[in-house]
Write a protein that binds this ligand. Sequence first.
Ligand code: DAH
Length: 347
Amino acid sequence: MKQQLENIQQRALESLEAASTPAELEELRVKWLGKKGELTAVLKMMGKLSAEERPVMGQLANTVRAQIEGKLEERKTAIHAAALEAKLADEAVDVTIPGDSVSLGHQHPMNIVLQQIKDTFVGMGYTIVEGPEVELASYNFTRLNIGEGHPSRDRSETFYFTDDDSVLLRTQTSPMQIRFMETHKPPLCMLAPGRVFRKDEADATHSPMFHQIEGLVVDEHITMGDLKGALVAIMRQIYGENSVMRFRPHHFPFTEPSCEMDMQCHKCHGTGEVDGQVCSTCHGEGWIELLGAGMVHPDVLRGCGIDPEKYSGFAFGMGLERMAMGRMKINDLRLIFDNDVRFLNQF
Ligand code: DAH
């Protein structure tokens, strides 16, 4: 029996030493110490031993059991530690690996120019306001002296929401003149940038949606000289001190007199030609039209409760894309709206 016990001890300890997972350990525990295990089987035969032998063998059996249990604990701890070690190694984070770089964006070229224009006008005392893109025809047309039957009211020109043509997508920012004069008394000085919409096919210089910046100043003794002063100041700010401008007489229903302002073409410097070819930027004109302007029509002032005998004012409306194209030397309007990063990254 002594031999049997020693044999069990030796094999048990060897098998435990070889085990490498908790599951294997459990299997071996059952095999060696369980109720149907080998040690139990030997102990069951104790009864057959003599009275002298029994305590000796009993003690030996206890020692064997203690040895196996001790080994089990030892292996359990070792396997657990090894597993933890492996897990840590597996999940290790190498803090020295360079991270994924996140490329930073920047302001859109059109917004860069818009911000510059806003800053300049704020510096001259203008209040920046915004108004609805879905507008009433009365604000967009009627109260600006644009009567029934005017071509710009045509359904082929303007997006309408209602059958009676009373609600539309604003075709210009000029309705903001009316909205501002309704709610403010002179002296007033406002700048209203925003989107406008027209039924235009998109090409290099047209888009069904574009941006305008409306300006309005009303006070006593405002003259065309004030208008020129303000516009020349903004153009010098945007295009540089040496930029060349011209004012041309024009007609707008809501200003009298009215004019348009052109900037000398930045590509051909006014000659209309580049390398013997017609300049593609100004189509040979030598000038690029930037805005419409004029002295606010007395009827428009009166319609907003402002006495035209006492007050006068000037207004202007410029195309932001046009300004940005000139400023950034962009030759196709569509590039501004495509938002291709290869284009945007250049600014
Ligand atoms: N709203 C006009 C347009 O879209 C531009 C314009 C002309 C605005 C004269 C004005 C102005 O304020 O006085 O063509």
